[in-house]
Design a protein around this ligand. Sequence first.
Ligand code: ME8
Length: 665
Amino acid sequence: MAEKPKYYLTTPIYYTNGLPHIGHTYSTIGCDNIRRYKRMRGYDVVMTTGTDEHGVNVERSAKNAGVPESEYVAKMAAQWKSLWDELGVQGDEFIRTTDLKHAHTVQWLFKLFRENGYVYPGHYTGQYCIFDNAYVDVKPGENCPDCGRPTETVTEENYFFKLSAFQKPLLDFYAKNPNFIQPEARRNEILSFVEGGLRDLSITRTTLRWGIPVPGEEPHVFYVWFDALTAYLSAVGGPQYEKSGYWPADLHLVGKEIIRFHAAYWPAFLMAAGLPIPKQIWAHGWLLMDSAKMSKSQGNVVRPRPIVHVLGMDALRYYLLRETVFGQDGNFSYDALVQRYNSDLANGLGNLASRTAAMIEKNCGGKIPKAGALQAQDTALAKEAQAAIGEVMEHYEKLEFSRALEVIWSLISAADKYLTVEKPWSLGESGNEQQRRATVLWTTAEVLRVVTVLTHPVLPESTAKVWALLGQPGALGAVDLDGLAWGQLAAGTALGKSQALFPRIEKAEAIERMEAMEKEAQNAPSPVAAGTPAAAPVATGAAASGAAPAAAPAAEKIGIEDFAKVEMRVGQIKTAERIVGADKLLKLTVDIGTEIRQICAGIAQFYEPEKLIGRKVAVVVNLAPRKLRGVESNGMIVAASVGPEGRPVLAGFPDEDVEIGARLK
Ligand code: ME8
């Protein structure tokens, strides 16, 4: 038998200083969808995902949690892995950048750079964004242009990679491989970035301890981006990549904010080492929450587990891939999610499957009937289904998931219409009528079979149930998509057991349940908090004693000068209103003595807006403004967090009439 062609694809290697939200889930599910689709087209597929575990952020998070870095990342990586398992994303390789085989690959690549004359020692002083792990082109005191956080001035001795030498090779490569960067808008972005000139890149750090050491050059450790990108190669053999046969990667799927690292730096690194370059970098858009990128730092994340718990894993997969054009940004809303679930899954696919099976059960003794003479409407539906097979594959091939699903769902609604017009339930028992009913039911069941196969990469769990319901043999994932054609449904096949697919759900109740679980997850202690049972003994600190069951991260002591940085003043609430679509937030205007500020406060579930007017509160007035659910908030109202649910109780001045604007010290 001919060997299957190999196909290698990757998700980003996610940071471990946070837990996955549905933005990460979006990339991983997109990747898993391609993986399943390619398998059904006969490829020997390997998909890699993993965790990016080095860097200052991890050092800080581990310190806050009061545990050693190695323990911190091990626990976080386990969380990421178990989530992907729950979502049915069976990544074939899970690479951790703390894996030994990965360290060897990074060190080997650096050795090749050196041998080929692409590294040199130097000094660098610049503004560094710790969150993005990158030097940024701003002046001291200015914030990061990408994420808006403060930058730090860093001077260090390090090794530089001669990125500047790769401007022409990269431009030549892009010209020869016009599909290397997708979609087109990203390609243009990278072309102009590279055409604008490339500065050499420092690829080691001496200011960082938690990283892969540069052999013989301690205290140098590798720059986290050089380290993380290399993980794609370590996962499939590293220095022995030729043996595995999966390199170069066919596809690196990433979010658009990290395209430069993948489409410019990574191919330059590989060129410098004389290694093959991946075939495609594909950057999808962002999931937004009220127009802002969903991200941990913005505090506007939605986690996948509550959705999976209430609507099922397939519902989340379907929504993410159907609702937004892959490549563009898309807004997340619980409302749209449940809407899609009810209309497309419960009333669409679920309903077609259950009514078809019920009619075959009732009228044909539970066996797929044999079609008789065909009428024009039967052949029209057959034609539409046959055409859909080709169209859907073409869309999957181009990562146009939403369009693929549109085609499939228009076939489902064509089958629904067909049933409504043909009314097989109203046909009588005469020979002709029985035969007509058999033809209509066979045709509908055949549409269902085609739909089931085509939708499998997106809805692996529920389509497997429909497959069994149709009495089809073998695993659905092993069906050869290229062999799929109209007319293969064998008459006489006994139907399998009917299983619940997508029970209809009341929207308000579903949203309430998901939001309640989300809130609970937000208030849950960090999985790596010091004092949690599996934590290693903690070095110092009262909070690390393990006395509290859900110990908060060990708090660092700060000097009075640090406290003095926080400017708190007495403010008086002038107006208060609810924010549409954000049931936890109130929009307040607050007089702080020198000005009236707009501030959002997460107290809507505990305070009536009208009762707040005139109340004096403590306000942090020198916080950088930020957007919450799309509404600007310029300051913070101080509240105690009470009880396990974190009920806010506003700090106030009940005993004395304090002056508005007075400073709290
Ligand atoms: O950047 N919408 O890791 P990361 C869509 N470790 N996708 C989103 C998203 C959103 N709101 N938020 C996150 C890193 N993502 C590096 C990568 S790769 C060698 C190193 C997805 O944990 C998207 O794929 O910050 C984005 O690129 C990735 O998560 C960033 O994950």
